[in-house]
Ligand binder design. Structure first.
Ligand code: AMP
Length: 375
């Protein structure tokens, strides 16, 4: 135990003094065991890195492909400390890991991104306050702590408006569209949390996202903005590149870089934006990790978003983000995965399955990327 402690202290001190590249063979710790974690593990392995996944359930896609695992809950501090001591750097693959966990790990081993970035991104109010604070446009919004406040905010912002839980929201969960005749008590119950956010409804033409990576040396690399189409609030299809004016492409990329810099990010951030009908770009959400709308990069870019996060967190030079092909990525949600054999016989279709045993409605089972020549 004493030896382990000494080794940890040496590792932490060495990392603090010499934040250079972690060589292949180093261990990347990943908080979360979903498909994003699985694809990080696979990309890490391709570059000769080893991975260790920490997640609360043993039935997770990343655990099927990883060398080392810790299956424990996020409040098991002993397991969290042992995990931190077993790896050289830690990253996360989803936002709902408590930021206190990342903060604690950060005292023992570098965490990239850091806990502050996670803390901002895991709460829609903090996220919007941060974006406004750095001059990035968002929908107008109000913090909501009860029905009276909701009524006041609706008088203020008008309808339609979107009412969301401030935390733990994803894929449209905890979200209600409020119209002039909506029963607010019902809306409050559907939102289902203590703290909510009311946002003005953005009349948008398209939803786009930009993924930007930032390395340890502050250099950045952005992927082309892509177009995202949702079904039942879940991403259904991504079209790369987005079919938008080049002015918007440049603006979107500049905004994403500005956000990554302001976060002092080391890692990836996906910035989801609306292209409003009046031509403005409005940021909806940040995800400081690989993103579903970046899966196309595996098959259409020189460096995939998963290789890129490995490069960023290990302090390596970032890879080229150019696309060699245009791409359409279709998520296989629930029963859509039953088409796997048909997809495999389709020329030019690249199938990715996540190893999930049961296809429940709304569950992301895999995706297929179809390439076309670059426009
Ligand atoms: P979110 O959970 O914030 O990513 O929202 C899920 C989806 O709901 C978005 O991708 C949009 O299609 C829609 N949505 C969320 N917020 C707004 C808004 N303020 N105005 C219009 N549509 C929205």
């Amino acid at each position: 135990m004493t030896d382990e402690k000494t080794a940890t202290q040496e590792k932490t001190t060495a990392a603090a003094i010499r934040p250079g590249p972690l060589p292949p063979g180093s261990r990347i710790g990943i908080l979360g065991g979903g498909q994003l974690g699985r694809m990080i593990v696979l990309a890490a392995a391709r570059l000769g890195y080893r991975a260790h996944v920490f997640c609360p359930s043993s039935d997770e896609p990343a655990l099927q492909v990883v060398e080392a695992r810790t299956v424990a809950s996020y409040d098991d501090w002993a397991a969290i400390d042992a995990f931190a001591d077993a790896v050289d750097v830690v990253t996360f693959e989803f936002e709902n890991v408590p930021s206190t966990v990342v903060e604690r790990i950060g005292a023992r081993v570098p965490t990239r991104p850091g806990w502050k970035t996670l803390h901002i991104a895991q709460n829609r109010l903090r996220e919007k306050d941060f974006l406004r604070g750095i001059g990035v446009p968002t929908a107008d919004y109000r913090e909501i702590t009860g029905i009276d406040g909701l009524q006041r905010a609706i008088r203020d912002l008008g309808t339609p408006a979107v009412f969301k839980s401030a935390a733990y929201g994803y894929d449209g969960k905890g979200q209600v569209l409020i119209k002039s005749d909506t029963d607010l008590r019902e809306a409050w119950a559907t939102m289902g949390a203590e703290l909510g956010i009311l946002e003005t409804f953005v009349d948008f033409e398209t939803e786009i996202s930009v993924i930007v990576a930032r390395g340890l040396d502050g250099r950045m690399a952005a992927y082309d903005p892509v177009e995202n189409w949702h079904a039942n609030h879940i991403l259904d299809t991504t079209i790369a590149p987005a079919r938008i004016a080049s002015r918007l492409t440049m603006q979107a990329e500049a905004m994403a870089r500005h956000i990554a810099e302001a976060l002092e990010l080391v890692g990836l951030v996906a910035v989801e934006m609306f292209v409003a009908r009046d031509g403005r770009l409005i940021v909806n959400e940040l995800a400081p990790r690989p993103h579903n709308s970046g899966h196309w990069t595996i098959d259409a870019c020189v460096t995939s978003q998963f290789e890129q996060i490995v490069r960023a967190v290990c302090g390596l030079p970032l890879g080229a983000t150019e696309r060699h092909s245009d791409a359409t990525m279709k998520n296989l949600i629930g029963d859509e995965v039953a088409d796997w054999l048909k997809i495999l016989s389709e020329p030019g279709a690249k199938l990715h399955l996540y190893g999930k045993a049961h296809a429940r409605p709304g569950r992301k089972m895999g995706h297929v990327t179809r390439l076309t020549p670059k426009r």
